[in-house]
Design a binder for this molecule. Sequence first.
Ligand SMILES: Nc1nc2c(c(=O)[nH]1)N[C@H]1C(S)=C(S)[C@@H](COP(=O)(O)OP(=O)(O)OC[C@H]3O[C@@H](n4cnc5c(N)ncnc54)[C@H](O)[C@@H]3O)O[C@H]1N2
Ligand code: MOO
Length: 639
Amino acid sequence: MPFQYLTNFPLDDAVQTYLDALNTHGLSYKTEEIPIGLALGRITSRAVYARICAPHYNACAMDGIALSARITFGATETTPVRLQESDFVRVDTGDPLPAGCDAVVMIEDVIEEDGQVSLYAAAAPWQHVRQIGEDISAGDMILPSFTEVTPAGMGAMLAAGVMKLETVKQPVVGIIPTGDEIVPPTEHPGEGDIIEFNSTIFSSMLTQWGCLPRVYPIVKDRLSEIEALLRKAVDECDAVILNAGSSAGSEDYSAQAIRSIGEVVLHGIAIKPGKPAVLGLAQNSSQAGLVPVLGVPGYPVSGILVLEHVFKPVLQQLTCRQPEKIEHVQAVVSRRLNSSLKYREFIRARLGLVNGKTVAVPLNRGAGVVSSFVKADGIIDIPQDMEGYEAGQSVDVRLLHSLDEIARMLVITGSHDPLLDEVADIMRRTWRDSLVASSHVGSMGGIMAVKRGEAHLGGIHLLDEASGTYNIPYLKKYFPEGGVVLVECVERIQGLMVAPGNPKGIQGFADLPRLSYVNRQKGSGTRILCDYLAKENHLDTAQINGYEREEFTHTAVAAAVASGTADAGMGILSAARIYGLEFIPICPEQYDLLIAEDALQLEAVQRLLEVLKGPEFAERLKKLGGYTLNKPGEVRPWN
Ligand SMILES: Nc1nc2c(c(=O)[nH]1)N[C@H]1C(S)=C(S)[C@@H](COP(=O)(O)OP(=O)(O)OC[C@H]3O[C@@H](n4cnc5c(N)ncnc54)[C@H](O)[C@@H]3O)O[C@H]1N2
Ligand code: MOO
């Protein structure tokens, strides 16, 4: 296959070019008549008018007596009007107003005395009567065109004798997953198998947008097979998403397949992730309609962004839904962000309100890191003509959660330990409105984040080589003026995680030169410990294979060992257990929380301290293993 040169259209131009092309070819929504009972959330395609009045008869609005108001005139507290049974009709709410009557008196105001009925107030004509058409008059417009049907709207239509309405047909959107290595979801994928989950993400997004997703079976990387399934999908659907194979690889057939059954409007957008998207179209041969066909990059984050930015505006033309307002916020970015001048970049970020400023902590930028979307509170939008931002600069962030939620977020930035997730979970179970955003940037990263006022607190475990003590020497160095408190958390065991059965017979740190190693990032407490142990053991780290290979969490190191790409890595027992690894204890260390003094009184911080002191925390840590609890949650004097 000849190499395909991708274009580099700015995003807005690409979307406009695509919409123009689709509209030129006559892209249009379809309509269908549906019963009212199925209309919730649907969009009207034409105005709905009342067929009958509601109410369609004069109805009593209260339980009581119906009468002619005239006969009550003159009744007062002191001069009641007395009525005979023949002067009125006893009625219940909803009864038709009896002939000759024009008012209802509530039963509470009807005084029965001496076998007679007395009224101590006059009735006004038409009081407590729901007159014909009070709610809706026949011929009234109940809903205008292109309006979303609400529960009350459904009731109003039925009340007005409308049994069916004409709506915009929900577009059926076909999703075709492709790839030789793609397998249906399974708990036990083979090596090289990629679990097919994009179609589930895309289906759910489409459902949220008012479309009907239809997922086709996974098709192999064979042009003829992709073309055949694409042809079928175009004939069966109103829009089609062809997933993966969008790039320039030898088995990337999306653009070719779309071109062979229709037209590629453009291939390549100046965004990252998402650049190799293919914007195409084809004719539906059975219904002679135009079908937008989108070639979506295989990486899930790329796919989500392309769907959101490129396909959503197209689908909104088919669903006739209005784009919802996108909320933005200016936030201070917590670390340097590089960006290419060639692309507009979208970077997922956690957000929190610290010291009155909104802080954005960028998450993993990888296009394959779908979990970054799970954690993200917003998307940092770096324009194409920017080279990036320095830490502390203000950035534009598209909000994924409300500002109210972000204001409640407890921002924890520092060293990674699974206990933080357990604390967050206990908080959530105890107080449902608790929100915790924790980012793993290592102990030194935590110190800096708290110092810059960009985190409420951070986990730290920093060994001071000179004194052999933990944490306090660092606080003295970095916070000479105070402003932070140190809260006791846990003592935990650091050790070498090795393959089950310890096939390499590893005894301790001194064995590293004969192994392949996986390390933690510089600035993490574990890395500082490794560097210290290397010195103690007189090891030249340049001679240790993999010493420069850096992972950001204990579990990522454990995963590397479990996958066999490293013989050993330093970490905590709980991480080794998760991956079924053997654990060679090396030394205990103190893992504490560094809390900004200003943050100490926050409700969220107080809740966290309460959790640390409680029984559930102790129980959960016992299960995780490798921790000793002395006085968790207690403030430790340090200066
Ligand atoms: N030499 C080049 N290589 C790549 C380029 C490039 O410009 N030159 N672009 C990179 C970029 S950027 C992206 S994005 C990807 C696009 O990849 P494709 O659309 O061609 O997709 P595949 O290579 O087939 O798959 C990539 C990756 O996506 C995941 N995937 C695919 N389908 C699914 C699915 N249904 N469910 C879950 N995950 C899926 C999977 O991890 C694949 O490995 O290309 C780069 N390469
Ligand atoms: O465009 Mo790819 O989507 O940058 O990762």
